[in-house]
Design a protein around this ligand. Structure first.
Ligand code: SF4
Length: 486
């Protein structure tokens, strides 16, 4: 067995992003609803969680901390957060000393630097954060974090418009990049989405009141009904008057993140009308059609992310499917490091192969993406050690070759295994007998999508927003600001 291991706190896939939720519903225990909605969105960010709540006309109370939703909030916290309206956030962050300061919701008080008290939570990444930050600093606006989310909050809180939704409508066209955002004062929740619609945001209904969430799975858990996606460039207001909406920017090139369908979102969420579990199954079917493995004995998934596509592959290829790898679902980033004695077992802390299932078999191993390849390389070796005769990797996404500037941490180009390598060269690097990826055309076929309305820049290198300028934007943004609204 190889001695090389991936540290347990180092994921091989793209880093998760963030999840947001907001609701106006005085008849309900809104902070409890936010808690469960965030619990459903936990997969979008495991490093910090926060909820802000207010009674109509009262102060906004915000609680946020590092940790999972159920670690951050206890029963007495939810009681203290009682109110009529609330917003919430789960976050994946970049590392650094400012982690707590960069957790959300961001809370800005009314006062010297702000015209209105508000709390704000954001999923995405601004590509003009440095300019906006410099402009606000020149006006004397103070910041307590290095997050682009606080820039959005500062712009809205200092905007002179009387109504929150008018301030948002004024600020929205000045923001460049990806921003699915919820913001609240003490009487309303306003949600808005960037004009390209890069990150998801859905609108739901609960007993005549309204809510918004990054994914529809958050509505299912609180008994709300999904209504529709918030439109790119749209501002929706949830208040005592019900729901009002305003299309602030329209006619821009839409660019919904195609990776949401492939990997980020939960399989029981719906995006653009598609149930993701079904779309991922179709990706596996198309992969089997376009990149078959003649003479294969068995299809296995890299659990859990590869499960739907593996089922689709097996279905289309007429091959049996089984669990060849068992995943320990409780390995978290905060896991105690294994130490020298256990280190040689490497990835077995996360995946354990079943020799009785894979032994002597010509295997098709399906996963949903490869970024650096460290985990995949170890899985291939682990399956060989367990007796697999051949290991053929099939990936239900195209090769990832370019970084994301819209809120996903993808590693640097040089660290990506597909960067400057052909699939055959990647297969050799991984020690696999063969490797094939789903084509971009196959992805769009699976999601019934139109490429002109999506972003696929991490595969194609074609960034949909003018001014993204690969490399430059990321470098400029990281100095002096760290991304946090992911
Ligand atoms: S670059 Fe990739 S991960 Fe980022 S928004 Fe575009 S498709 Fe999504």
């Amino acid at each position: 067995m190889t001695e090389q291991i991936t540290p347990l706190d180092e994921r091989d896939g793209p880093r998760d992003e963030c999840g947001v939720f907001g609701i106006y519903a005085p008849e309900h225990d809104v902070s409890r609803l936010a808690y469960f909605a965030l619990y459903a969105l936990q997969h979008r960010g495991q490093e910090s969680a926060g909820i802000a709540a207010a009674d109509r006309g009262g102060y906004i109370i915000t609680q946020r901390a590092l940790g999972l939703v159920n670690q951050v909030f206890k029963e007495h916290d939810l009681r203290a957060l009682a109110g009529d309206l609330t917003i919430g956030h789960v976050r994946y962050s970049t590392t650094g000393s400012n982690e707590w300061e960069n957790s959300q919701p961001v809370h800005r008080s009314a006062g010297a630097n702000g015209n209105r008290e508000l709390a704000l939570a954001h999923n995405g990444n601004l590509i003009n954060a440095v300019e906006l930050h410099a402009e606000l600093r020149a006006q004397g606006v103070q910041f307590s974090s290095t997050s682009d989310s606080e820039i959005i909050a500062a712009l809205i809180s200092t905007n002179p418009a009387e109504k929150l939704e008018d301030a948002v409508a004024d600020v929205l066209p000045r923001l460049k990049g990806a921003f699915s955002t919820v913001v609240m004062t003490n009487d309303k929740v306003v949600a808005f989405r960037d004009p390209a619609g890069l990150r998801p945001l859905s609108l739901g209904q609960l007993d005549g009141r309204f809510c918004v969430a990054s994914e529809t799975c958050a509505f299912d858990i609180i008994g709300a009904k999904a209504m529709r996606d918030v439109l790119p460039g749209e501002v929706v207001t949830l208040s005592e008057k019900g729901l009002s909406t305003k299309q602030v920017v329209s006619g821009e090139r839409e660019a919904f993140c195609v990776f949401e369908y492939i990997y980020f979102a939960r399989p029981d969420s719906r995006m653009n009308g598609e149930l993701l579990q079904a779309a991922r199954g179709r990706m596996g079917e198309i992969l089997a059609r376009d990149a078959p493995v003649p003479g294969a004995d068995l299809v296995i998934a890299v659990p859990d992310s590869g499960n739907p596509a593996a089922r689709g592959f097996a279905r289309a290829a007429g091959l049996p499917q089984d669990d060849g790898l068992i995943k320990n679902r409780y390995v978290a980033r905060t896991f105690i490091q294994p130490g020298q004695e256990l280190r040689k077992h490497g990835l077995r802390l996360k995946f354990n192969p079943l020799p009785e299932i894979v032994g002597g078999k010509k295997l098709v191993v399906v996963d949903d993406s490869i970024v650096r390849g460290n985990t995949t390389r170890q899985i291939v070796q682990m399956l060989r050690d367990a007796g697999a005769a051949e290991v053929h990797m099939r990936i239900s996404a195209p090769p990832i070759k370019h970084p994301c500037f819209y809120g996903i941490d993808m590693s640097k180009r040089e660290e990506m295994i597909a960067h400057n390598r052909t699939p055959a060269e990647v297969a050799a690097e991984l020690g696999a007998d063969s490797l094939a990826y789903l084509s971009l055309a196959g992805v769009y076929e699976a999601v019934n999508g139109d490429r002109a309305r999506h972003c696929d820049a991490c595969f194609s290198g074609e960034y949909p927003l003018p001014g993204t300028e690969a490399g430059q934007a990321k470098d400029a943004f990281e100095l002096p600001l760290a991304s946090s609204g992911v």
